[in-house]
Design a protein around this ligand. Structure first.
Ligand SMILES: [Zn+2]
Length: 426
């Protein structure tokens, strides 16, 4: 098959301007989600997400997209019609999330440009710097336009770089002369709270596969994530007056401390990376009579995950043996599954993406996600969904930054993806 590079027809300068203009505008809207409200079932969990969804709705209409709507929970669904002659190509989808992270302030975001980055320390303001020694990804961005906040807030490249990329793609598809099939676009709320896919109108989606546009450095594609369980450990002791407690009291505070102490130190978030899994005790409430501990358990391998869960049960029995009269229960809740297994069953979904990135002139790197994404949930629901880079870095922090050049590479990849998907299916 002769493969033409459609993105070669892109007017890069114009794309950069449009990306930057959209990105700056979208990041200025405070769309930080609220964990408390999202946990209480309120969706969207913040008004700003609805404001952004409505804005995107009007911009898509202005771009001539006839079939676009925002539902009561702020899920935007748009259908990009196929080019003539490609009507029978099965649709695929692109998605990104409207909300920003809760880990740093998200209002009054003022994007700052640092043109022609020279490889030295970048002063981003408010006493914060980007040091290339601590941010090795900066070395790949010499000569680029770097975008940061003013140091008082996060930037929101997670995930507005993805939204700006998808919107720019839709805006320029015609100009590049790219033949493509039907495309579905979803912008969803509350990803950062873990509730992003709770109310996705799955019955309305016709796509065989989706791609989340929510990744990091140029070329990084993600098809693997953790298997994730949350375990609730309850230690039940026996309360007694401390003056006459001998032989009677069983202190749940001490039981909980013993439980946490028994978790392997070398298998914690702070001592692992890459493909290593961990136990993460993240919350504890304790009194003499009762203590509860929340433990996140993560592993890429499902069989190892089973052993990790069994290990918590073993620790529970050991603590009971250590504290006669006390009991320890462990309740397991599955949060999400590694999407790799399901993606391996439809290898073309990744192959088409790799072809697209290569045609866009990008060297591909496969990277495991040490977390989950909306894509892992969608994959579990039956729509295979790998993740594409956006050019954003240091997510969830006030030193978050993006490279405009890498964002442009994302748009090139998306243009080639629309073409490659069609070519595979005709
Ligand atoms: Zn994200």
């Amino acid at each position: 098959m002769v493969q033409i590079s459609y993105s070669g027809f892109m007017n890069e300068q114009r794309i950069r301007q449009e990306l930057l203009e959209r990105f700056t505008r979208y990041t200025a809207i405070d769309t930080q989600s609220s964990l408390e409200r999202a946990d209480a079932g309120i969706q969207p969990s913040s008004d700003g997400q609805r404001t952004l969804a409505e804005l995107l709705l009007s911009e898509l209409k202005a771009l001539g997209i006839p079939d676009v709507s925002v539902d009561e929970h702020s899920y935007l669904l748009a259908r990009i019609p196929p080019t003539s002659g490609s009507e029978t190509v099965p649709p695929f989808g692109l998605c990104a999330h409207l909300d920003t992270a809760l880990d740093a302030p998200g209002n009054n975001v003022r994007a700052q440009l640092h043109e022609k980055y020279d490889g030295t320390i970048l002063d981003i303001g408010n006493g914060l710097i980007l040091d290339p020694d601590e941010n090795p990804e900066l070395a790949e961005c010499i000569g680029h336009t770097i975008i940061t906040s003013d140091g008082t807030t996060l930037l929101g490249a997670d995930n507005k770089a993805g939204i700006a990329g998808i919107m720019t793609l839709i805006s320029i598809l015609g100009e590049t002369g790219t033949a493509h099939g039907p495309i579905e676009v979803v912008f969803s709320p509350d990803e950062e709270t873990g509730h992003g896919m709770d109310r996705i109108p799955i019955e309305k989606l016709k796509s065989r596969a989706f791609y989340t546009v929510d990744g990091g450095a140029e070329g990084e594609l993600e098809t693997e994530c953790f298997n994730a369980w949350k375990c609730e450990v309850v230690c039940t002791g026996v309360a007694a007056h401390p003056g006459t407690a001998r032989g009677k009291m069983v202190n749940a505070v001490a039981m909980a401390a013993s439980f946490v102490q028994s978790l392997p130190v070398r298998e914690s978030p702070e001592t692992t990376s890459g493909y290593e899994g961990f136990f993460y005790p993240l919350e504890m409430n304790a009194s003499c009579e009762k203590a509860t501990i929340s433990v996140y358990v993560r592993d890429f391998d499902l069989a190892v995950m089973e052993r990790r869960l069994d290990r918590l049960d073993c620790i529970a029995r050991a603590v009971e043996a250590q504290f006669p009269g006390g009991t320890v229960s462990v309740t397991r809740t599955r949060q999400y599954l590694n999407m790799k297994e399901k993606l391996d069953q439809v290898p073309e979904v990744l192959e088409i993406l790799k072809t697209a990135a290569t045609r866009a002139g990008i060297s591909v790197r496969m990277k495991p996600i040490r977390g989950g994404t909306d894509g892992s949930r969608l994959t579990e629901m039956g729509i295979p969904t790998p993740n594409i880079f956006t050019g954003g870095h240091n997510f969830h922090s006030r030193t978050e930054w993006a490279s405009l050049d890498q964002m442009t590479a994302m748009v090139r990849t998306l243009v080639e993806l629309t073409a490659s998907w069609r070519e595979y299916h005709v």
